[in-house]
Design a protein around this ligand. Structure first.
Ligand SMILES: NC(=O)c1ccc[n+]([C@@H]2O[C@H](COP(=O)([O-])OP(=O)(O)OC[C@H]3O[C@@H](n4cnc5c(N)ncnc54)[C@H](O)[C@@H]3O)[C@@H](O)[C@H]2O)c1
Length: 257
């Protein structure tokens, strides 16, 4: 295992209170980065901080990635604490229950689009000026294989992740002249608290459906682990991937094939 691949870097990780964001924060901390843990759930982000192997410093900022003033405040606190930010991981997200399109409420559509895709616009617009000054930076958007391969009833979720993927490509081209790389990771069905929240029904039905709907759709026959995503994010964030931009890396056990 490589060590200290992120020495001297500061990474902002949204959604760092749970699942993949939590694991990304832990791995990045162990690789020598300062890490900003930005999550709506401040208590959960503090729990992540308490579990991290710390080589550098950690900052917890309660952040709503769907609100511009909240994101702006998180970036202000980041620059006050570290003077800089080199890496942005957009991982915060919300799921959607399987819902027929005619039953989907306007508020739910708006919330899913705001947290899963508008948030990328908001974090990027406030952090890119810092990256442009140094002519280097890395942005990774945790999208979903559902942004390429739809599932019935996940209409808003699939659309929000499709938008995240195309925004990744547009930003990769726009920011390449400034030495800023922008890539996306598409997780497949993953063993995190989110997975069960796609499914209606009681606990037993959710467990049965997780297997029937999600596990059985993965050719490698296992759910994705948060560590699988953290390893991919580490590669894309490090100089090992210095020639990689505009790329979408499926970490999905073959679900997207
Ligand atoms: N779990 C899966 O099967 C799966 C599959 C593909 C893609 N993804 C995507 O991966 C990412 C991480 O998902 P996860 O499974 O780790 O989920 P999770 O539910 O375990 O964690 C999501 C985190 O985002 C935070 N969050 C939610 N809304 C927020 C907001 N408005 N502002 C700031 N933070 C907010 C939550 O508090 C939570 O800590 C998400 O973008 C998700 O859509 C998940």
């Amino acid at each position: 295992m490589n060590v200290n691949l992120l020495e001297g870097k500061t990474a902002v990780v949204t959604g760092a209170g749970s699942g993949m964001g939590k694991e990304i924060a832990k791995v990045f901390g162990s690789q020598g980065a300062n890490v900003v843990l930005a999550d709506l759930n401040e208590e959960a982000a503090r729990r992540t901080a308490s579990e991290m192997e710390l080589k550098k410093r950690v900052l917890v900022v309660q952040t709503n990635v769907a609100q511009d003033d909240s994101v702006q405040d998180m970036v202000r606190q980041t620059t006050e604490a570290f003077g800089d930010a080199h890496i942005l991981i957009n991982c915060a997200g919300v799921p959607q229950f399987f819902t027929p399109i005619e039953e989907l409420q306007l508020e739910e559509w708006d919330n899913i689009m705001a947290v899963n895709s508008k948030s990328i616009f908001l974090t990027t617009r406030h952090l890119v000026p810092l990256m442009k000054q140094k002519e280097s930076g890395v942005i990774i958007n945790i999208a979903s294989i559902a942004g390429e391969r739809a599932r019935p009833g996940l209409n808003a979720y699939c659309a929000s992740k499709g938008a995240a993927l195309m925004l990744t490509k547009a930003l990769a081209l726009e920011l390449a002249p400034y030495g800023i790389r922008v890539n996306a990771i598409n997780p497949g069905p993953a063993e995190t608290p989110m997975l069960g929240r796609f499914l209606p029904g009681d606990a037993q039905k959710v467990e049965e459906d997780k297997k029937k709907i999600f596990l059985d759709s993965v050719p490698l026959g296992r759910l994705i682990q948060p560590h699988d995503i953290a390893q991919a994010a580490l590669y894309l964030s490090s100089d090992l991937a210095k020639a990689v931009t505009g790329e979408v890396l499926n970490v999905d056990g073959g679900r997207g094939v």
